[in-house]
Design a protein around this ligand. Structure first.
Ligand code: NCD
Length: 461
């Protein structure tokens, strides 16, 4: 029985709070107050080995995980450069994981493809930690971010957290906004132009985390560069009441992110990226703001904030050690911090068929040549009863978590197709085909006089 952390959703709020308490135990009385560095070691992970597999560059994440393991009395085997591993010879991630899990008690993986950590979790008998998978998620960075906020502010609910920069490709942002919504913080989005939150992330915030997006018309005194504010009430609400309650006169946190050039085809795009520095943060609204950044910084964060009491980014990075120690201790079961022994899936699984909807995200691990040979495309059937009554059934790629909205469902047994996708429960799993092209099918059906499954070619027509 194991637990892995692939997305921030894999931890409950209570478990996150348990991790904070455990991190406090490691840190309190052992913190170097000037640097926030942990000064002593423990033996919670004595005789245990963690494997760090990093197929993308990293400084903080890999080194803080390795420090965390050593500080717990454990040991580390590491592959920090993909050029030195067999992936460079064409080995699939699945095979690499099957091998490494026989050497280590825990696998920490960073990979350029979205959904890579989910694949690793499928093939490993030991816990897997996602240390960043493409532009998808980076849940342990979010633990560092939240832990810093918790140490600084003690309470996450109702904090005004402004998130700026590359919200489209920044994986740290995606994990962070979900977590902030779950803890009832207000999320204020100030993306660089063209780098807004992806639609599927924004919709998930709204429909699954009950966040209410409010634009310029509803919020008085919205700063010029801000796009939208997500308010997550803790009780049943009406939008009118929420609007009255929005008060942005104090920004608690300014979370800055860099342009993720490695995920852009044209690195010239984003030339007008905002720079957050002392002169930008003038005025009462920012007088007590904590400036955070997952780092590395490039040009978007001024060096003049390093000695400013508002700059919290080096503290944030130092807290990566105790919070990752707590996570390792939790997953190795040396500290009782997890509420559940295994991860129970929230939704039913749909095995994509060639005729129906399939994931089209080009950065999904499913598109990776070596993985295509063994992976079965799968989707969650996101149940609208748990999401929002007005939202149609959503199919979510199990790997990259891109969302798709089927407009028709085909029953292979009876050969019938209907546009009320809500009937999916009545169709046995092996007979279901979710489609997104009802009109194409109707045209085909009218021509041939029988109900047949639309082929990918006809769907494209
Ligand atoms: C982040 C990442 O890798 O996504 N860095 C980190 O882990 N601290 C942010 C970034 O690279 O911009």
């Amino acid at each position: 029985m194991k637990r892995s952390i692939v997305t921030i959703e894999d931890l409950t709020n209570q478990e996150i709070l348990n991790l904070f308490k455990q991190a406090d135990k490691y840190l309190d009385a052992n913190e170097d107050e000037a640097t926030h560095r942990l000064r002593r070691s423990f033996d919670d992970a004595h005789n245990r080995i963690a494997a760090t597999l990093f197929f993308e560059p990293s400084t903080r994440t890999r080194l803080s995980f390795e420090t965390a393991m050593f500080r717990l009395g454990g040991q580390v085997i590491s592959c920090a450069d993909p050029k030195t591993s067999s992936s460079d010879k064409g080995e699939s991630l699945a095979d690499t994981i099957r091998v490494v899990q026989t050497y280590a008690d825990l696998i920490i993986l960073r990979h350029p493809s979205e959904g890579a950590a989910r694949v690793a979790d499928e093939y490993a008998d030991v816990p897997v930690i996602n240390a960043g998978d493409g532009g998808h998620e980076h849940p342990t960075q979010t633990l560092c971010d939240l832990y810093t906020l918790y140490r600084e502010k003690k309470e996450l609910a109702n904090l005004n957290v402004l998130v700026s920069g590359d919200l489209k490709n920044g994986r740290t942002v995606h994990s962070l906004v979900y977590a902030l919504a779950r803890f009832g913080a207000h999320i204020i989005l100030a993306p660089a132009k063209g780098f807004e939150l992806p639609m599927h992330v924004a919709q998930r915030l709204e429909h699954e985390y009950n966040s209410v997006p409010l634009g310029r018309d509803s919020v008085k005194d919205l700063p010029d560069h801000v796009d939208v504010v997500y308010i997550t009430p803790q009780e049943p609400h009406s939008t009118a009441l929420i609007t009255v309650k929005v008060d942005l006169s104090n920004i608690d946190v300014y979370y800055v992110t860099r342009l993720q050039t490695e995920r852009l085809k044209n690195s010239r795009s984003g030339a007008a990226f905002p720079v957050i520095d002392k002169s930008f943060l003038q005025g009462d609204r920012y007088s007590d703001t904590r400036v955070m950044h997952p780092l590395p910084r490039v040009r978007e964060l001024g060096y003049d904030l390093d000695k400013d009491p508002r700059g919290a980014y080096f503290q944030q990075t130092a807290y990566g050690v105790p919070i990752r120690m707590a996570l390792i201790a939790a997953l190795l079961r040396v500290q009782p911090l997890l509420e559940r022994a295994t991860q129970t899936p929230k939704y039913d699984v749909y095995l994509s068929t060639p005729e129906g909807i399939r994931c089209t995200n080009k950065n999904c691990i499913l598109k990776n040549e070596a993985e295509r040979r063994h992976l079965t495309p799968k989707m969650w059937i996101v149940d609208p009863a748990q999401a929002n009554l007005f939202q149609p059934v959503i199919l979510r790629c199990i790997y990259c978590e891109y969302d798709y909205k089927p407009t028709a469902i085909f029953d292979k047994r009876s050969g019938t197709r209907t546009s009320s996708v809500d009937t999916w429960r009545t169709i046995p799993t092996e007979s279901r085909v979710f489609c997104d092209s009802e009109p194409t099918h109707k045209r085909r059906k009218a021509k041939k006089g029988t109900a047949t499954i639309a082929t990918p070619d006809t769907l494209k027509a």
